[in-house]
Ligand binder design. Structure first.
Ligand code: FE2
Length: 302
């Protein structure tokens, strides 16, 4: 069994993007922690890895992948896993995460995070592969709920039950992207609050926040805007239930200054502190705050 102490409390971070390298290296900018897209740093000859190693001296880093393709019918990519393991050994990340999705088949990479059919068959498939990946890396990973626009007609398990079952059976963590829940709930017509309420608290090791684009009859997960007020409300619902969870703001298009993105992370921090003030006494938030004292960001390694 696992409890909240198994996940480090990293605070409120920002997704590392090359547009911000100079501000972070030379502009005096910083934040609690950074999340690096794993695939962008696997080339050991490039400047990005040198930058990451420099920034890593001052802030914890999580490695966030987009190409593990945990749900694909293709065999796991051993070369990819070796490079990820090498990067992890070099960076010593606080967390290693990827998505509950597939990104290609028959050796073709489709450069998108595609949803899975949520069935018992695919559940067993994802669980076995997650166990293999964790054995290969020697530590737990966290899988993130994707933003979705279509669903398989064959799916007979709600996404939140599927994600919870993967986490329990594979003994992995959940990266809960609150924005993705809101986007998918709107697009597919399910209840976002019921989704976040159904996930096992002890498995949620990280939260993502981001902004979407409203196309009218569809919400598009663009990461190009501030966090929407309804997503903030959903985030507060998660915090009331789970207490403090390492929170990170993603921004991937129309990227503003680092300070502007960090302001969103600071807003998350302000809301959590406000909720802790409201809940001081005997709520989950207060208990979690006490547990997090002294937490070390790299103490997760299994
Ligand atoms: Fe995300």
């Amino acid at each position: 069994m696992m409890n909240s102490r198994m996940w480090p409390d990293l605070g409120f971070g920002v997704g590392l993007r090359s547009e911000h390298f100079d501000e972070l290296l030379h502009g005096g900018e910083s934040c609690d922690w950074l999340e690096a897209i794993s695939e962008n740093f696997m080339d050991t000859r490039g400047r990005p890895l040198q930058v990451l190693e420099t920034l890593r001296r001052d802030a914890p880093v999580a490695l966030h992948g987009v190409a593990l393709s945990i749900g694909s019918a293709d065999p796991l990519n051993e070369i990819y896993l070796s490079r990820l393991a090498e990067l992890a050994a070099r960076i010593e990340p606080a967390l290693i995460t990827d998505h509950l999705c597939w990104t290609g088949v028959d050796g073709t990479h489709l450069f998108d995070l595609l949803p899975l059919p949520y069935t018992e068959e695919s559940l067993r498939h994802v669980v076995e592969r997650t166990k293999t990946v964790q054995d290969r890396l020697g530590r737990r990973i966290l899988l993130e709920n994707p933003s979705t626009y279509v669903a398989f007609a064959d799916s007979d398990i709600p996404e939140w039950e599927f994600l919870a079952a993967v986490a329990e059976r594979a003994d992995c963590g959940i990266l809960l992207d609150v924005n993705n829940v809101y986007v998918s709930a709107f697009n597919l017509g399910f209840d976002a609050a019921a989704y976040v309420d159904a996930l096992p608290v002890e498995r949620i090791g990280q939260i993502h926040l981001a902004g979407f684009t409203d196309l009218g009859d569809c919400l598009f997960d663009t990461h190009s805007a501030p966090v929407h007020p309804e997503v903030w409300r959903l985030y507060e619902r998660v915090v009331r239930r789970c207490g403090r969870v390492s929170t990170l703001v993603e921004w991937d298009a129309d990227i503003p200054s680092f300070a502007s993105v960090r302001a969103e992370a600071e807003e998350a921090s302000r809301r959590v502190r406000h909720l802790e003030g409201e809940g001081r006494g005997n709520t989950a938030i207060a208990r979690s705050a006490r547990r997090s004292v002294g937490a070390h960001p790299v103490a997760l390694s299994a």
